[in-house]
Design a protein around this ligand. Structure first.
Ligand code: OGA
Ligand code: MN
Length: 328
């Protein structure tokens, strides 16, 4: 194989990423796996149904935000061993609850967000209080701040520069999100899962996330559990190198992606945010309280993704001195 060939191989993931990211043509979605169309014959050899463990009697529906497990629909993707897709298992009020947690509470201390570099914590605490998102006649500085929100980290805070977790950059993981993640983990057969770190991403209609693997966690045997709310996304799931052609999947509000087994360390990306193609998200806030109205307005042109990880090996409560350097 010539050098030229190997360079082309490495670029397969990037070429697919560019194809879906490109904004100067109508996007061809015919290859995208759409779990709203599971009966469509074009999907038949690509996906299969997964039987979940109905353990809700042991794991209480977290904050009462989910439908009973017997109503969840879950699928494998043949080309991506270990990956499990769960089609929106939330109630409408449940989705509103998690969207509110991500917008109103998770950006506040002790958590870390990109806004910390710009403003004092009390500005973040108060950014939703005057509902500046609804009343455009008010002072717009809160709306500006909200629009600048890009990420929040929870638990072991992701270090964007070194990608190494440390005990000195750890705060309490939100107990509600820990229960939610455990419920999903247990249903998909990972009943020892402990939520210890998360990144909450806030996407706008032109945002994207380029191809990467998540490998900062010391223990990689437990899954990454990823929740999507708001506008839809094209998610690319590849393999262990960028030479593996990624599978495009559409993720909609409420959908849960579990990256377990081989897919835990696979390349993945979000090349494109898509406007929701049905009334689903608008319906969520159709009849909502005044307090929720601002969140409804925000999410009408944004996507929130929460991805939750276990960092430590089973039973280990803290990082030991050698742990940080053990990751690359
Ligand atoms: C991440 C990630 C995927 C998504 O933050 O590491 O892969 O669906 N997010 O936004
Ligand atoms: Mn990732």
């Amino acid at each position: 194989m010539s050098d030229q060939d190997s360079v082309q191989d490495v670029d397969v993931f990037k070429n697919v990423f560019k194809f879906y990211k490109s904004r100067n043509k109508i996007i061809d979605l015919s290859d995208v796996i759409d779990f709203n169309e599971v009966d469509n014959t074009r999907h038949h050899d690509k996906i299969s149904t997964v039987n979940l463990k109905d353990n809700m009697d042991k794991v209480i529906s977290p904050e009462d935000t989910m439908k009973p497990i017997c109503e969840w629909e879950a699928y494998n993707v043949s080309a991506c061993p270990g990956f499990i897709f769960i089609k929106n298992p939330f109630t409408p009020a449940g989705q509103r609850y998690w969207i509110q947690q991500c917008l109103r509470y998770y950006p506040c201390k002790p958590n870390i967000s990109n806004l910390d570099a710009h403003v004092a914590p009390n500005s973040i605490d108060n950014m939703w209080t005057r509902s500046s998102y609804v009343d455009t006649h008010q002072n717009n500085s809160s709306k500006d701040l909200i629009d600048r929100l890009r990420w929040v980290t929870l638990g072991y805070h992701h270090n964007w520069d070194t990608k190494v977790y440390s005990e000195s950059m750890r705060t309490e993981f939100p107990p509600n999100l820990s229960r939610l993640s455990k419920a999903v983990a247990t249903a998909t057969g990972h009943d020892k899962f402990e939520a210890q770190a998360a990144i909450v991403n806030f996407y706008h209609m032109h945002s994207s996330l380029s191809g990467h693997t998540d490998h900062s966690e010391i223990h990689m045997e437990e899954p990454i559990i990823s929740f999507s709310f708001g506008q839809s996304a094209i998610f690319l799931l590849g393999g262990s190198t960028k030479a593996v052609p990624p599978v495009p999947i559409i993720l909609r509000s409420g959908d849960v992606a579990v990256m377990a087994g081989a897919s835990r360390s696979a390349y993945h990306a979000v090349p494109r945010i898509l406007p929701t193609d049905n009334c689903h998200v608008a319906d969520l806030y159709h009849d909502c309280t005044a307090a929720d109205e601002a969140f409804g307005k925000y999410i009408a042109s944004a996507r929130i993704n929460i991805n939750v990880r276990q960092v430590l090996p089973p039973g280990q409560k803290f990082m030991s001195s050698g742990d940080g350097s053990a990751t690359t």
